[in-house]
Write a new protein. Sequence first.
Length: 88
Amino acid sequence: LAVVDPAAALVGSRWGRIRVGEGGRSLEGSVAGALVFLALLVLLGQDPASALILAAVASLSEATSVEDNLVIPVAVSATSYVLNTFLH
């Protein structure tokens, strides 16, 4: 969140046109956040398929929750646990 939130906020405030979810978040900011998260996961060694799933979960959690700083880590951790337990 320390890198993803600022990137999403920067893109959303500068180029965001389409509003989604609670709090006036933009689609453009959400996509930017997901892409940054995806890139970070791959750079840290996560396989691309799992990274894509985790980035999608994070982005959907962010777009649909009011308290995203609480929901995103829980949703991503739970998804990561399921992926690592059942698919690896």
